[in-house]
Design a protein around this ligand. Structure first.
Ligand code: T46
Length: 143
């Protein structure tokens, strides 16, 4: 699990965080999306990706991320606009416990591609447990 702490550029006007690909973000950013107005009690995600790498930043409010690599599960709170959680490929993720004002922004290494999603948990477990996932991802993703 890698949590980045970005450098805010603060002055008497407030704070500014700048993120540059290959400097602050370890990949080329091809897509940005964000979610807000998340209803109370909702859990989002519930899938893994074959290739996609992402950085999740809760730029307003707070939420929690559950990461599961098939062996170990961890819950990571995101509650600062200068913190970013790196989520690698082949990692099951769930986002939950959103505050009413939460805005969760995601920087993604690839364009949207439904074929990159692994939506079945048993399929995910088989993929990571039999050791095929890494080589498969390397072949498919050209990482
Ligand atoms: C992920 C977690 C952290 C698009 O049209 N383009 C996009 O780039 C995305 C991300 C979504 N969509 C559409 C597809 C669905 O009709 O937006 C709708 C909601 O997407 P989804 O149900 O996949 O959202 P989450 O919150 O479950 O998952 C998202 C990302 O899809 C996923 O890659 O890692 O956030």
């Amino acid at each position: 699990m890698i949590k980045y702490v970005f450098q805010p550029h603060g002055d008497d006007r407030g704070q500014l965080v700048a993120l540059e690909e290959f400097k602050d973000i370890p990949f080329r950013v091809k897509r940005v999306y964000y979610m807000y107005d998340t209803a109370a009690g909702v859990t989002r995600g519930g899938h893994a990706h074959k290739c996609l790498q992402q950085i999740l930043i809760c730029i307003h409010g707070s939420c929690k991320i559950r990461l599961d690599n098939g062996k170990e599960k961890k819950v990571i709170p995101l509650e600062k606009p200068y913190e970013g959680l790196y989520v690698a490929n082949n990692m099951w993720r769930e986002m939950f416990d959103f505050s009413p004002d939460a805005v969760l922004m995601v920087l993604a290494s690839e364009l949207y591609d439904e074929a990159d999603y692994i939506r079945n948990y048993d399929t995910f477990l088989n993929l990571v447990k039999n050791g095929d996932a890494v080589s498969t991802a390397e072949e498919i993703c050209r990482i």
